[in-house]
Design a binder for this molecule. Structure first.
Ligand SMILES: Cc1cc2ncn([C@H]3O[C@H](COP(=O)(O)O)[C@@H](O)[C@H]3O)c2cc1C
Ligand SMILES: O=C(O)c1cccnc1
Length: 376
């Protein structure tokens, strides 16, 4: 069936009644974290051969993994897969990026040729890379040239300019969310036990700032950064562009799909779905930078329980990232002053998440090792 684009407003129901059903099923499948498994993990941590609490944040992560899986010890979060969701942005026409829009499609080709930072770091962390075209504005390489590595879920050729009206229709946003859910499900069905978010979309830090401003109620100036390298004057212009987009669309945070349709990107919608899909399958999802965390705000607005599946991989230098993480209640694992995206920060955190599960699973207890647990 050929989907109809651009006809329905984001505040009205989707025109195709089948669109949205997968999202509804996914939201219904997300269950609260298992407090019994969390208590068992906390208890086990306190009986392992180390001073209680000495593994710091790794202990907290191990408890979160147990609560998510409902078992103690939880399964090791491996093998891992990073999904790089790629899309273009109509707001690029407002001069908000230092880079031409074609770079999105060119970088997709680079990902498929294994030449990008995400590929190098995925090789280092032994993670699989899949690239998902949810809305690139130009042709991308033939999927046959990269079997199993390119997933075609293009909803439209980039969004419309959000300073002139909604970036996309509600139906398009739902299609992108459902593409993300599908990708998460396919990766888990293929054996992945840890999912990582990645993004590629020139101008997507502008849409991210708009999403974070709406969901956190923060002034756009506080959440808009330099992205992939704009100067200070252009950053100030980006703030004005975000303000205009909010004035024109008046997004309502009570309607998360409407918000992402109005001022988000297709990759934001898809990453929100990816997070929800991971949560429904009770598989951890490591969030990358500001794009991922702005998309996680959409997911959290649809299902607060979905945050239980999320680990914040890192803190990027984008100011909105810190604001979004605070709202999500997530503490980033590494802070290397990255400002790249693609999934790089999530991949750097992956060995730490795996270490958290492995220490909980593999260490001896005071009893089993015959070590005294009595402190002086
Ligand atoms: C060569 C290149 C590779 C990238 N990989 C990720 N990004 C990152 O930068 C873009 C967002 O920044 P802005 O909003 O300022 O355009 C996104 O594509 C993001 O993934 C890249 C950007 C460039 C130029
Ligand atoms: O925070 C990020 O992930 C980021 C920052 C700048 C450009 N792209 C991504």
């Amino acid at each position: 069936m050929v989907p109809s684009y651009g006809s329905d407003s984001p505040s009205r129901p989707a025109a195709d009644p089948a669109v949205g059903a997968l999202l509804e099923r996914t939201l219904a499948a997300i269950a609260p974290a298992d407090s019994g498994a969390a208590a068992a993990a906390r208890d086990r941590q306190n009986n392992l051969t180390k001073p209680p609490g000495s593994l710091g944040l790794l202990e907290d992560i191990s408890v979160r993994l147990a609560a998510l899986s409902g078992t103690c010890p939880p399964p090791l979060p491996e093998p891992a897969a990073v999904a790089v969701f790629a899309a273009d942005h109509g707001v690029h026409a407002q001069g908000v990026s230092a880079w031409p829009q074609e770079v999105t499609a060119q970088m997709v080709a680079n990902f498929l040729a294994s030449g990008a930072a995400v590929n190098a770091l995925a090789a280092q962390a032994r993670a699989r890379v899949v690239v998902v075209d949810v809305g690139v504005a130009a042709p991308v390489p033939d999927a046959d040239a990269a079997p199993g590595r390119l997933k075609r879920h293009r909803v439209r050729n980039g969004t419309a300019d959000m300073t002139r009206g909604p970036a996309m229709s509600r139906e398009e946003a739902l299609r992108a969310v459902e593409a993300g859910i599908r990708v998460a499900g396919e990766l888990v069905d293929d054996g992945s036990r840890c999912l990582l978010t990645g993004d590629m979309g020139i101008a997507n830090t502008t849409a991210s700032a708009a999403l974070i401003a709406v969901f956190t109620g923060t002034d756009p100036n506080e959440v808009t950064g330099h992205g992939a390298g704009v100067d200070d004057a252009t950053r100030r212009h980006k703030v004005d562009v975000v303000r205009t987009a909010l004035d024109v669309n008046r997004p309502d945070p009570q309607d998360p799909v409407g918000v992402v349709a109005a001022i988000g990107g297709l990759e934001h919608a898809a990453i929100a779905g990816f997070v929800l899909g991971a949560a429904a399958r009770r598989v951890p999802v490591i969030l990358d930078g500001v794009i991922a965390s702005s998309a996680a705000l959409v997911a959290a607005a649809l299902s607060p329980e979905a945050v239980s599946a999320c680990v914040a991989g890192h803190r990027s230098v984008e100011p909105g990232h810190t604001v979004a993480l605070r709202q999500l209640g997530l503490r980033p694992l590494v802070d290397l002053e990255l400002r790249l995206g693609e999934g790089t920060g999530a991949l750097l955190a992956l060995p730490l998440v795996q270490a958290a599960a492995r220490t909980l699973r593999d260490m001896a207890t005071f009893d089993s090792a015959g070590v005294s647990d009595q402190q002086l």
